[in-house]
Design a protein around this ligand. Structure first.
Ligand SMILES: *[C@@H]1O[C@H](CO)[C@@H](O)[C@H](O)[C@H]1NC(C)=O
Ligand SMILES: *[C@@H]1O[C@H](CO)[C@@H](O)[C@H](O)[C@H]1NC(C)=O
Ligand SMILES: *[C@@H]1O[C@H](CO)[C@@H](O)[C@H](O)[C@H]1NC(C)=O
Ligand SMILES: *[C@@H]1O[C@H](CO)[C@@H](O)[C@H](O)[C@H]1NC(C)=O
Ligand SMILES: *[C@@H]1O[C@H](CO)[C@@H](O)[C@H](O)[C@H]1NC(C)=O
Ligand SMILES: *[C@@H]1O[C@H](CO)[C@@H](O)[C@H](O)[C@H]1NC(C)=O
Ligand SMILES: *[C@@H]1O[C@H](CO)[C@@H](O)[C@H](O)[C@H]1NC(C)=O
Ligand SMILES: *[C@@H]1O[C@H](CO)[C@@H](O)[C@H](O)[C@H]1NC(C)=O
Ligand SMILES: *[C@@H]1O[C@H](CO)[C@@H](O)[C@H](O)[C@H]1NC(C)=O
Ligand SMILES: *[C@@H]1O[C@H](CO)[C@@H](O)[C@H](O)[C@H]1NC(C)=O
Ligand SMILES: *[C@@H]1O[C@H](CO)[C@@H](O)[C@H](O)[C@H]1NC(C)=O
Ligand SMILES: *[C@@H]1O[C@H](CO)[C@@H](O)[C@H](O)[C@H]1NC(C)=O
Length: 744
């Protein structure tokens, strides 16, 4: 015990001696500065290189500042480090512990207080080595207590400043309270340092004033952050405000393409605006009138779309349609985009009379102007005048003059009556105007343009209808029969206003001719009367110039000219009779519709035939022409018996033909006598069409028909002997027939 005490003292002595010796060498150098946030733990290192043999350390003491009293003592002088005695001074008790197990050993103060700041010195005493010192400067940092932003009125600003406009000035002050050391108060704009000039106003209060002059559009939504910091160990205390601006619209435009629109067709126009905050209100205007029709609006943060649906009308053409974007919060912030509407539509036409005359009281010869008033977009291409659904052409001779949009009828005539309208064309299409009816007063005119022809049998009735056009209808009708010399009036009867009917029965020759119907009204007498030609009808005329030719052993051909048909269609007939001593036997009966040409090839040879030729119509049969014909004998040789006579006759006929006309009647008598005498040789006859009277042939000659010429022609074209041929050359006239028929 005593020994150990002695030893201790000895060691202490040695220590002091060494300490004194090394006093000049002793390093009171602050090798380290330690920053610790107040309230947290501070780990103060005692940077000693501790040898392996722990027992070398006998005593470790912590001193604060210049104090001689250790704040912490670890005494291992008695025993080793493991059971060393730890003694904490009042200052640190119970917050401090000393941990030797770490490298370097650490003095832990937890929690650290502001008053713990200072230079800590750790003294390590070794049993055999020299005492060493290590100094650490502990800085306890107190973070700023509070940071807030105030405006010029010292009102606290929370989170945002609103309703700022371009050009405005922002003046904000950041106030930081507390903190040790005094913090650094800075302004940051959008994470960029903006202002670090702060001034200390009191012991623990720092202000930093921020001024942003003439705010710009780009400043909108920027964040202004005030940071107060006195170390980088903690996040700085901060406060942020957002700049919220109200902005005028920057842009407005009708983005739909500028096409002409069609009247009556629903159309959509789109307008876009951006730049306004809050998003612009879009309105549509036509001239100075706001359109309240349906517009659909879509807004985003700063841009607005609006879609206007409307149906343009013709009247909208040329009007100014605009789209306006307003920021409702900023007066007079509106922007406008507009366009002049080009509305396409069908021409609008209306027809008006341009005349003093009363349309209801027009009379023949009046002049009238009709004007077609049109309105069209795109421009008119063509104008058409239409009367009663037929396009009118310019016609000088008709007194119709068409100039641009005016129709002029210089001298109205009944045929100009009708419904008129005009039709206008443009690129959109065709449009018709209203119709104007022109009706004028005029003397009657015949409804039937052509003179009418009627064929009437004697003693049968014909109904003649006299239809006239006239205005007014106060009509009087008169009928006349205009025969060759005199005019006599006949009576018709009124069927309706404009139609007068005459039932007429011609009973004698003089009843035929021209019948005239003439009407008159208050305007005048019909200038050109309606004319009816009344012609008699009867049986057809007999066939003329019949010639037998192409005779053979089995037949022959007959060719005739047709006569007047009696006013009706006629058919032609040929009856062939075989003439024997006993009887006349019908061998053939041929009928033709078109021309009187017949042929027969089925007859017995070497025979004589009686050929009866006639025409017929609905009224009856013509007189017959009878020829004698013969078929050749198969054995008979080429021979011409009566050649001389016939040639002579032919010559006489040709020569006489010139003279015949003059001495027609005389020659007729002579030849008829001669003919009668030669009847056995010449058999051409004209006879009454009564079949009963046809035979015997002798009776035929008794008919008092004037026969002008008879000639025979030999069949010189044939190799066969000629049979007599007779042709009637007389030109029969209608009058002749009539006269014939008149016979009782
Ligand atoms: C502290 O130590 C450094 C080198 O470690 C030395 O340069 C300096 O002079 C010393 N300061 C004092 C006060 O001893
Ligand atoms: C401790 O001290 C030694 C020598 O003085 C030095 O090399 C070392 O870097 C120090 N360590 C610390 C943690 O300061
Ligand atoms: C404040 O902090 C900023 C940023 O860390 C720095 O640039 C500035 O120098 C500091 N001002 C003071 C006075 O410490
Ligand atoms: C804190 O700042 C000190 C010096 O100012 C620097 O050495 C250290 O690395 C910083 N720490 C952090 C975490 O930024
Ligand atoms: C509108 O806002 C969008 C996003 O909100 C932004 O990208 C754009 O730049 C803004 N335009 C204008 C003109 O402010
Ligand atoms: C219709 O509008 C177009 C375009 O503005 C103009 O050229 C034309 O004259 C107008 N037409 C009418 C009939 O107003
Ligand atoms: C004019 O009218 C007359 C009589 O109606 C007619 O013959 C003629 O063809 C017309 N001319 C034209 C060019 O239409
Ligand atoms: C008719 O039209 C022509 C050209 O289209 C014009 O020169 C003329 O003046 C017009 N006449 C009238 C009467 O409008
Ligand atoms: C026509 O009638 C009149 C009088 O009734 C009469 O004398 C005449 O014979 C008739 N004519 C014919 C061809 O029937
Ligand atoms: C008279 O009758 C004719 C023929 O039937 C007809 O065309 C005409 O329109 C009628 N006139 C009147 C005024 O009824
Ligand atoms: C008369 O004949 C012509 C031509 O063959 C025909 O068109 C017409 O209808 C006929 N007339 C009568 C009344 O049969
Ligand atoms: C020949 O035919 C016509 C028309 O078919 C007829 O009318 C006439 O009676 C006929 N002749 C004889 C003799 O039968």
């Amino acid at each position: 015990m005593g020994n150990s005490r002695l030893g201790f003292i000895n060691w202490q002595l040695i220590f002091y001696i060494i300490a004194l010796l090394t006093a000049t060498n002793c390093q009171h150098n602050v090798s380290q500065e330690l920053l610790v946030i107040s309230g947290r733990q501070a780990l103060i290192p005692c940077n000693v290189s501790i040898p392996d043999y722990e027992i070398a350390i006998s005593l470790i003491m912590w001193f604060k500042e210049e104090s001689e009293t250790p704040v912490y003592t670890m005494d291992a002088r008695k025993g080793n480090l493991r059971n060393a005695v730890h003694f904490v001074g009042d200052q640190l008790r119970p917050r401090a512990t000393f941990d030797l197990s770490t490298q370097p050993p650490l003095l832990r103060i937890d929690p650290v207080k502001d008053s713990d700041s200072g230079v800590y010195r750790c003294r390590v005493d070794f049993r055999w080595s020299r005492t060493i010192y290590h100094e650490v400067k502990l800085k306890v940092i107190i973070p700023p207590r509070r940071v807030f932003i105030v405006d010029q009125d010292e009102e606290t600003v929370e989170s945002s400043i609103e309703r700022l406009q371009e050009g405005d000035t922002i003046a904000l002050t950041c106030v930081s309270v507390g903190g040790k050391p005094l913090p650094n108060v800075t302004w940051w704009k959008n994470s960029k340092l903006f202002d670090d000039s702060s001034n200390i106003v009191s012991r623990d209060k720092i202000r930093n004033e921020l001024v942003i002059q003439s705010l710009q559009r780009k400043d909108d939504s920027s964040s202004l952050t005030c940071k107060s910091s006195n170390s980088n160990l903690t996040l700085p205390a901060s406060s942020t405000v957002i700049v919220k601006m109200i902005l005028k619209p920057l842009f407005v435009k009708i983005i739909s393409p500028h096409h002409p629109l069609s009247a009556g067709q629903r159309t959509q126009l789109q307008c876009h605006s951006y730049g306004s905050k809050p998003a612009a209100h879009i309105s549509w205007w036509q001239g100075n009138k706001e359109l309240t029709t349906s517009a659909i609006t879509a807004k985003t943060d700063n841009s607005t779309f609006s879609k206007l649906s409307f149906t343009p009308s013709v009247e909208d053409n040329g009007s100014y349609l605009s789209c306006r974007a307003d920021n409702p919060v900023i007066p007079n912030s509106g922007l406008e985009d507009g366009r002049i509407l080009d509305i396409h539509y069908l021409p609008q036409t209306s027809l008006t009379p341009e005349t003093d005359a009363d349309l209801r009281n027009l009379i023949e010869g009046d002049e009238i102007f009709l004007k077609c008033v049109t309105k069209a977009n795109p421009a008119l291409k063509r104008l058409e005048w239409i009367k009663d659904d037929r396009v009118l052409q310019k016609n000088q001779s008709e007194n119709i003059v068409i100039t641009n949009a005016t129709l002029e009828i210089r001298s109205l005539k009944p045929k100009n009556r009708g419904r008129y309208h005009c039709a206008a064309y443009n690129d959109v299409g065709r449009a018709e105007s209203n119709r104007i009816t022109l009706n004028l007063k005029f003397a009657p005119i015949c409804a039937q343009r052509k003179q009418q022809e009627f064929r009437v049998m004697r003693n049968s009735s014909v109904t003649l209808k006299c239809l006239v056009h006239a205005n007014p209808f106060d009509l009087k009708f008169q009928w006349y029969l205009k025969s060759s010399a005199n005019i006599e009036e006949v009576n018709g009867y009124k069927e309706n206003m404009t139609l007068n009917t005459l039932v007429y029965t011609p009973s004698k020759d003089s009843d035929y001719g021209v019948i005239i119907c003439q009407a008159s009204n208050s305007i005048g007498v019909q200038q050109v009367p309606c004319v009816f030609h009344l012609l008699p009808v009867g049986k057809p005329d007999f066939l003329k110039n019949c010639v037998i030719f192409d005779q053979s052993t089995t037949g022959f051909s007959v060719h005739c000219q047709d006569g007047y048909n009696g006013g009706l269609n006629q058919t032609f007939h040929m009856e062939v009779y075989e003439v024997t001593a006993m009887e006349h036997r019908l061998l053939a009966n041929i009928t033709h519709d078109t021309i009187p040409v017949f042929g027969i090839q089925t007859l017995p040879s070497d025979s004589t035939f009686s050929v009866v030729l006639y025409a017929s119509n609905n009224i009856g049969r013509s007189k017959s022409v009878i020829l004698r014909a013969r078929t050749a004998s198969a054995k008979q040789e080429l021979k011409d018996d009566s050649g001389d006579i016939e040639v002579r006759l032919l010559v006489a006929a040709i020569a006489g033909a010139v003279a015949v006309v003059i001495i027609l009647t005389a020659a007729g008598f002579i030849i008829s006598r001669y003919y009668r005498r030669q009847q056995s040789q010449f058999s051409g006859q004209v006879e009454e069409p009564h079949r009963d009277e046809l035979f015997p042939l002798q009776e035929v000659s008794q008919l008092s028909i004037p026969v002008s010429t008879v000639r025979t022609i030999t069949g010189f074209r044939e190799m066969v002997p000629v049979v007599e041929e007779v042709t009637l050359l007389r030109q029969t006239t209608e009058a002749d027939i009539t006269q014939t028929e008149q016979r009782p």
